[in-house]
Design a protein around this ligand. Structure first.
Ligand code: PGA
Length: 260
């Protein structure tokens, strides 16, 4: 557990991962209604992650608002070139994104992304000036076998390899137990807190106590308006990465404006 003053220097982040949802018109409509619903949310950074094709339109329409734009992925190559289907990190910047999610479990599971891949994406994103939301988390099988911490530690160390202290300030970690994503089964605040504290310890061991104290760690996995406040009361939970419940602006705004 962190001393009080230290905790307070970590501004919470509430991020909505829209995954592969919404055509442009719907994305803009959602973003615009969210804009007014969270206009007074100064207690946290509000982030939404639309699909690639809606990034620029949404970013343009939200200009001047307090909502930040994230991409859901980026190419591991920093240099433009023959990489069919990929989008480089500086192209995401160009489209108006300032954040990018890397290493989401859906990409690790369904698109065979390895820690090395995640690490290359992280480096490319940082080089382009993006803030990285790096996802880590164990499967149910791994948790039941007692390997959750070991898995998360491996993902963290693998994904963060070769980063400098200046790079690390642009890293946000999202702990998303795979068994809680889209299942309606959330980790209890205590389970999440335990893993968040562990992540902070691992980060501090690898990169120094200050880096550990300043790291923002988001929880993800079936976050809803009725469980966000309990999660946010935990000392090492600094925000949330929200999937399904971020698609409806009213519901996501309730999460952003959680009871503090
Ligand atoms: P969920 O997704 O909130 O729908 O469980 C979270 C995520 O995958 O980031």
């Amino acid at each position: 557990m962190m001393p009080k003053g230290v905790e307070q220097s970590r501004k919470p982040v509430i991020a909505g991962n829209w995954k592969m949802h919404k055509l442009s018109a719907d994305a803009v409509a959602t973003a615009l209604s969210l804009r007014s619903l969270v206009a007074n949310a100064n207690h946290c950074e509000v982030v939404i992650a639309p699909v690639f094709t809606a990034l620029k339109t949404v970013a343009d329409r939200l200009e001047g608002s307090n909502i930040h734009i994230s991409a859901q992925d980026c190419a591991p190559e920093a240099k433009h070139g023959a990489h069919t289907g990929e989008v480089a990190a500086d192209m995401l910047r160009d489209a108006g994104a300032t954040y990018v999610i890397v290493g989401h479990s859906e990409r690790r599971q369904h698109y065979s992304e390895t820690d090395t891949f995640v690490q290359r994406k992280t480096r490319a994103a940082i080089a382009a000036g993006l803030t990285v939301i790096m996802c880590v988390g164990e499967t149910l099988e791994q948790r039941e076998a007692g390997n959750a911490e070991q898995v998360v530690k491996g993902q963290l160390e693998g994904g963060l390899r070769e980063l400098t202290v200046t790079d690390l300030v642009r890293i946000i970690v999202a702990y998303e137990p795979v068994w809680a994503i889209g299942t309606g089964r959330t980790a209890t605040p205590e389970q999440a807190q335990e893993m968040h504290a562990f992540i902070r310890r691992v980060f501090a061991e690898g990169h120094g106590q200050d880096a550990g104290n300043n790291l923002r760690i988001l929880y993800g996995g079936s976050v809803k308006p009725d469980n966000i406040a309990g999660l946010m009361r935990q000392s090492d939970i600094d925000g949330a990465l929200v999937g399904g419940a971020s698609l409806d602006p009213e519901v996501f705004a309730q999460i952003v404006n959680y009871d503090r």
